[in-house]
Design a protein around this ligand. Structure first.
Ligand SMILES: [Cu+2]
Length: 218
């Protein structure tokens, strides 16, 4: 699975919890409606009770337990996902600008960019199976570095670096987008992320002026 495991786990569990809560509440509403209709049909007035202390308190209790569980799970998984990672094999700086991206390979004289408009999308090439640190920032306004199919999304702020560590488990190519409305051509700020086997990545790096064995020897 190329996407974030812990994120997917938390998102999946929370979706299930939300689905169960939705079904319970919808069922309670339908039951209340049917009960009151039956009462009226039998000539009795609707219930005049405005309180059900025991029921309300137990509902509050259940709600508190669910909320505590969701909060604990989110924090634990987030902590696990961002726990002291080993040294990355490669560091890449990703910079958003109006209206495209450039990618610089740290310690290498290699920078990739494009115009984004007119179908010239830049591609962030990465070695598969290696830990990569991606440092995201912006040259002008706030952008959003978003890999929808890999479930990564992180703000690109001017004057600030947001980073994440990622190991793309196998080779492939995924579309990336800008997730923050940033001006006229925001919608054209697409790019690609491409993961190559390490040896092939080295060849790509060399072909672009980088040095040999930047990654595969580590
Ligand atoms: Cu943007």
């Amino acid at each position: 699975v190329p996407y974030r495991h812990y994120f997917a786990l938390a998102f999946g569990l929370e979706t299930w919890i939300a689905a169960v809560v939705f079904v319970l509440i919808a069922a309670a509403m339908v039951a209340a409606f049917l009960l009151s209709r039956r009462r009226r049909r039998r000539g009795r007035p609707s219930s005049q009770r405005d309180k059900a202390d025991k029921l309300e308190l137990s509902y509050l209790g259940v709600l508190a337990v669910v909320a505590a569980f969701v909060a604990t799970m989110s924090l634990t998984l987030n902590n696990r996902e961002t726990a002291d990672p080993p040294r990355p094999a490669l560091q890449v700086k990703v910079v958003g600008f109006q209206w495209c991206w450039w990618f610089r390979y740290l310690g290498q004289p290699v920078t990739v960019t494009g115009r984004c408009q007119g179908g010239t999308l830049p591609t962030l090439v990465l070695p598969a199976g290696r830990l990569v640190r991606v440092e995201v920032t912006s040259d002008d306004v706030i952008h959003g570095f978003w890999l929808p199919y890999l479930r990564w999304k992180i703000y690109a702020y001017p004057g600030h670096i947001n980073s994440f560590d990622v190991t793309l488990q196998h080779d492939g190519k995924w579309i990336g987008r800008c997730s923050e409305l940033c001006g006229l051509y925001h919608y054209q700020m697409d790019f690609y992320v491409r993961a190559l086997p390490p040896a092939q990545f080295d060849r790509w790096l060399r072909a672009h002026g980088g040095s040999a064995h930047a990654v595969s020897s580590r």
